[in-house]
Design a protein around this ligand. Sequence first.
Ligand SMILES: [Zn+2]
Length: 423
Amino acid sequence: MSALRDQLEYLEGSSPFYAERLRGLREHVRTAADLPRLPFTTKEELREGQRREPPLGPHLCAPSERLVRIHVTSGTTGEPVAVGFTQRDHEANSALGGEAFRIAGLRSDDIIAHCLNYALYAGGIADHMALEASGATVVPVGTGQSRRLLELIPRLRITAIFGTLSFPAYLAGRAREAGIEPRELGLRHIVTAGEPGAGLAAVRQEIEEGWGATVADTFGMSDMWSTMGGACGEGEGLHLTGGGHAVLEVVDPDTGDSVELEDGATGELVWTHLRREASPLLRYRSGDLAHVWTSPCACGRAEPRIRIDGRRDDMLRVQAVNVYPQAIGAVLAADSRLGRHCVVADGDPIVPPLSVYVEAPARIDMGGLEGRLRAGLGARFVVTRLEPGSLPVAEHKTRIVHRTARGDVLPQAVETVRRETAT
Ligand SMILES: [Zn+2]
């Protein structure tokens, strides 16, 4: 893979940070299979470098006069990291993203409302331009415009929405408050981003039914490419579009050992940029835990597919057992009668059992659910039923895990149930 060799040569020649890591090793890397000979890059190293050498740190590889834009990562897991784009980086980002949005079902006759936050992070303006590159017509809506959006959908003949999975559920609620049935607004398609678990069957089904529209998920990272994968709707997972611009590795999240990239592989995703000029990453540990499929998809595409199952940082350590909140979601998703859920962990360190609050119709056997969670995840759980529709739907990311010992505020319905059971 000469693009990889070219990229490594470029890194070594352009940045003291990478020159130091690659010295004496670069010539041993001929193909992606040789990448494990090189050290990882972590977000903490990028932060630390940017503190020392603001704004972009010693891994910046392009001269600052060639930069056209700086994004910062969303900072949901700590201090944000700045990411520079040259014109070529920007064009590649739009092309990869445009392809991902087409895979996720956008058409050139779609008029799509972009409903993510436009400020700072790449999900805003970078994804906007990727949506344009898909061929669709984009309406820059941003956040906090729900009422106006409900008027604009029919007036502008908007056919699609791009937002988090929480957003269409939230918007449906606002529509009904205004006396409008969501499906009468005539959306045909909803493209989601930025929320692992967007595959959750029950939530997705509720949105599809409420809006009379299809839902397809996309994947991206501000510090890699803003959107670099899309769900085709025919096979499992999201097709990656970064082929010529990124190398994917999978590693064991605990040991960092390589996991063979084959159908059904699971682990932490590690990314290396190809053809990236300004802020390239080398063996970057994403913290994303995922499933990978390498077999050809029913849709005919051959690119690998991924499904993000959770974040390494969201892991709950319950005595000796590591529990990933998304794994809880996956067990619940197997029962389509269940709605939204949240997880409450008490104590620091966490004292079992973990409390799961799940929306469900009356007469569902919660004991069976507790057994399935314990069998699947190896920790003790107490499951409490909530009335359907009682958990809040945030306009953007809806929080799943609450740590009481860290002062997290619980949803009202959960607070009420806990008070009732405590007395
Ligand atoms: Zn496919």
